[in-house]
Design a protein around this ligand. Structure first.
Ligand code: DUC
Ligand code: ZN
Ligand code: ZN
Length: 472
């Protein structure tokens, strides 16, 4: 056996199914040996640490243009550096079609922003906002064949939403091309009705975002998306599921044998709608405005059940980073947002804190097993989005994407310790047990002790295959 470039020695390896003591041998960026003892020219001592497949955050937004000119707080460089510091080796951001533009053009625009600037590997999901005959007939099928094998559709937002006919047409293309559809399931008309009503009553503070984006609207849209998927016979992923009601719709569909996958996020296990009240209904509440909004303690308990029992396949950050204060008045605290919650940019940062939060709240507190943690944060996203077995596991032949994890490390989430572009974290002050201490991308260390270390942006854009679990 040729000598390895790097050996990771003495740690406890954890996969989605097992944990065991072994060394890992790495050559040319790939795992070539998993054995009792491995030697190499360079060695990392992992004794006392967990050795995990690198985190895969399957839902992040980076450098995304917005309809009102609000600028995102992370570009591809800062967002992927932050991701690496938080234990991730791959992120899946969105390449969003702007209405009226070609989908292919949008993808090329995102490549211009990302290529050569990433510190983790990346692969774009598409967002279909304008399903013209040209997009459905030519551009989308060609892009799926080029390795962009998943796309998101929205059931709300004036500038993004598709009507039911359009949803069905897009689902139909997904089935023909064996692509995976991700659905933002919130009912547009119900949200608009609630927004108008609340504004008429003078209820314009950030908190009322949580009332306007009612769980009923999410439940209804989840059921409608599932019904469309059943009619067109296509698997779907319901993203950012916030609470008990939409979960029950997903369970209802699963019991009938439908392929409905589900994702949830850190905000739905750590925050509640009361956080949007800030201090006495002040504007601090805008820091927690995201869609769907966090719900209540009953929904948090339901989400934990779902993380344990397999209702959820994915735990992603939905990192959608805005500034609170931006010098040019485009942060969440902007003049127009102060007139109504409906103008507060929707989204919160979280790519760096996703893994520590689930580990601490889930594994350290005994709610989920460490194997389940790995499944939800790395293996399942790789399998569902066509990256497995190159990514998402520790096996011979896989990319050497590895996170060394100190399960005892105590830390407190603080904005000044994070590397993201936002000027705040919604998880400020959360006590954490367990933190990533080293992130290794294809054999190279890209972050250590909470800080990005890579001098060069060596992240690559990945072509993806068909979902391992979505299609037979
Ligand atoms: N949907 C997302 O996926 N992220 C942020 C805001 C939104 O509506
Ligand atoms: Zn969404
Ligand atoms: Zn999102």
């Amino acid at each position: 056996m040729e000598t390895c470039d790097l050996a990771i020695r003495g740690g406890t390896l954890v996969t989605a199914t097992d944990q065991f003591s072994a060394d890992i041998g790495i050559r040319d960026g790939r795992i070539v040996q998993i054995a009792e003892s491995v030697s190499a020219t360079e060695e990392i001592d992992a004794s006392g640490l967990l050795v995990l497949p690198g985190g895969i955050d399957a839902h992040v937004h980076l450098d995304q243009p917005t309809s009102d000119g609000t600028v995102m707080a992370d570009d591809f460089a800062s967002g992927t550096r932050s991701a690496a510091a938080g234990g991730n080796t791959t992120v899946l951001p969105f390449a969003m079609q702007v209405k009226g533009s070609s989908l292919r053009q949008s993808v090329e625009d995102y490549h211009r922003k990302a290529d050569g600037n990433c510190f983790t590997d990346v692969s774009f999901h598409l967002v279909i906002s304008d399903p013209t005959p040209q997009v459905l007939g030519q551009e989308l099928p060609a892009l799926v064949r080029d390795g962009y094998t998943s796309f998101k559709v929205f059931m709300t937002y004036d500038d993004l939403m598709l009507n039911d006919t359009e949803l069905l047409e897009v689902f139909d293309v997904a089935r023909r091309e064996q692509a995976l559809v991700m659905v933002h399931a919130e009912g547009h008309d119900a949200i608009r009705y609630m927004t108008d009503k609340l504004e008429t009553e003078g209820k314009t503070a950030p908190y009322y975002h949580a009332e306007a984006h009612a769980q009923i609207a999410e439940r209804e849209a989840t059921h409608r998306a599932i019904s469309h998927a059943q009619l067109t016979d296509v698997p779907v992923v319901i993203v950012h599921v916030s609470g008990r009601d939409p979960m029950e719709q997903i369970q209802w569909a699963r019991k009938r044998g439908m392929k409905v996958f589900a994702e949830t996020c850190p905000q739905y296990i750590t925050l509640t709608r009361d956080d949007l009240k800030g201090l006495n209904m002040d504007f601090e509440g805008a820091k927690y405005v995201c869609s769907p909004p966090p719900r209540d303690h009953d929904s948090q308990a339901a989400i934990w059940d779902g993380l344990r029992d397999g209702t959820f396949d994915l735990f992603s950050s939905d990192h959608c980073p805005f500034y609170f204060e931006a010098p040019d008045n485009t942060g969440k605290n902007n003049d127009r947002a102060r007139t109504s919650f409906k103008w507060v940019p929707n989204g919160i940062p979280g790519v760096e804190t996703r893994l520590p939060i689930l580990f601490s709240e889930g594994v350290s507190k005994g709610r989920i097993s460490i194997e389940r943690f790995v499944a939800l944060t790395s293996t399942n996203p790789a399998r569902l989005y066509g990256l497995h077995p190159q990514k998402g596991t520790l096996s011979v032949g896989a990319d050497a994407d590895i996170t060394l994890w100190d399960p005892e490390l105590q830390a407190t989430i603080r904005q000044d310790r994070l590397n993201h572009g936002s000027d705040y974290t919604p998880f400020e002050g959360l006590q954490i047990t367990g933190w990533p201490v080293r992130t290794i991308l294809r054999g190279q260390t890209v972050a250590k002790d909470g800080k990005p270390t890579a001098a060069a942006a060596s992240g690559r854009h990945l072509k993806r295959g068909t979902s391992v679990t979505g299609y037979p």
